[in-house]
Structures are given as C-alpha cells and as structure tokens.
Design a protein around this ligand. Sequence first.
Ligand code: ZN
Length: 268
Amino acid sequence: MGALCRSACRRFVIAAALAALSLPIPAGSPAAAAGPDDVVDAQPACRAPEERLPLEVPRTAAPPVPHPAPESPGDYRHRLTPSPYGWVRLPGWCVWVEPVTAGEDAAHRRDRLWLAAVEAALTQWSRAGVGVRRTHDPEAAQVRVWRRRPPLRKGPDGRMRASHGRAQLSLVEARSQRRRWLEPRVEVWIGQGQGARGLQATALHELGHAFGLWGHSDDPADAMAAVPGPIPVVELSERDRATLRWLQAQPSRIGEPLETPARAGGRP
Ligand SMILES: [Zn+2]
C-alpha cells in the first residue's frame, strides 16, 4: 500500500489525498446474486455540518500513536496506518450511496447490480460492528460511495494503471453552531466493469478502507488483501473482523471536539 499521509499533510492541511488505496483488478469475476439491502439505521439521523474547513490543528497536538502496532496473531493490525490524529475510527459513520434510477434497460440493470453489491458490502461491515448510518444527503455523509471507476493513477513503474475501486480520506474541521470537531470524509469510487461477485469484493474492500482499515492484509483470503486471489472475497474473514475490533478500541481524536482557539473572524 502507499504511505498514509506522509507527504500530503504538510502545513496541517489535509484536504488533498490523505490516503488513496486501490484494489488492483483481480482475475475472473463470475456472476452471482448479491445480498439484500438490509442495513438498518438504528442511530440518530445524519446532519450536514454548517461548514467544513481545512484542518489547521497542529499535528503535534495529537497524541502519539505507536506505529506500526505490535503484531498479534489472528489479525493484521500491524499492517494498518493511522492518520496524524490517531487511528481512523468512529462509533458511527454516515454513508451516502449514489442512487440509481428506475428502468429496465441494460444500463439500469447494471446500476442495480452495482447497488446490490454495495448494499451487500455495507451489510457485511455493519454486522461486523461498524456503525453504519444511511443518509440521502451527500453533504451529511462522512463516506460517499460513487458509481464510477476511479481515475487512472501512475504506478511505481511510471505506467498509468486502472483499478476497479479506490477510497480516499480527508480530515477536515467541521462546524455547527458553537461546536467544532475533527471530521473524516471518505470518497469511495467503485466502477461497474465486473460481475456481481467481483463488484461485491471491490465494495467490501474499499468500504473497509472507508471505515478505517487503512492498510492491507497479506492473506488473499481476507477482504482487505493487498493482492486479491482468483476467487473474489465477498465475506469478511475472521482476521478482517478481529482487525476491525482492535481498531475500534484504539484512541483517536477523529470525531472529537476541537479544543484549539477559533480562527480569526470565526465564532468564539
Ligand atoms: Zn486497498
């Protein structure tokens, strides 16, 4: 994986790509039915903050995070990378998924296949313990899932490479009324150039990044594998779940109130 925020975080402004991890195009993607839309929203409604501003909190204000995490059997925590403000985790994530329109032609059927794959992946992460809150307002979302292939990106060999999916994290200062907090925003791009299982595996992988697993497993049986195996992984492994459980127990400033003085001209 690429380094998480080693060059893009200078001047404490992380509006640019803090992290962008792509799933390489796997071999083969046999068609199969995707899971149902059964993500339940049992948490408070998502609301857009009044403002989102570039983050200007000194990185030195963040508590030190041991990195890499000590290895532990049964998970791949040591392969994850924290943000400069701690591990990326929230008790609940507001998720917006690009809607599809009704229609019976091939394009609409493709759109529905895509949506079913994303919903199935969200269900997997939700059942593993991620607090998934759905919103119809993209401005209220911390995770936005777009139905499009990510832009080509230059590989280590200098050649432009395509991928089926990508997730990119930014950290911003969010404000509403008198509150200010450190908010993550993740853009997830998932293309449509695969069968149902391939789509679901890509969605599962990229949403894993979105929910804080910024790193890759070295086991192709894991959803977060760096190099996918010949059979798309459409269910989380026990190692994926264990890594998530560890992540969710880590300290972080992500989502927490900002205590630094207000900007000039800002609210007190
Ligand atoms: Zn990845």
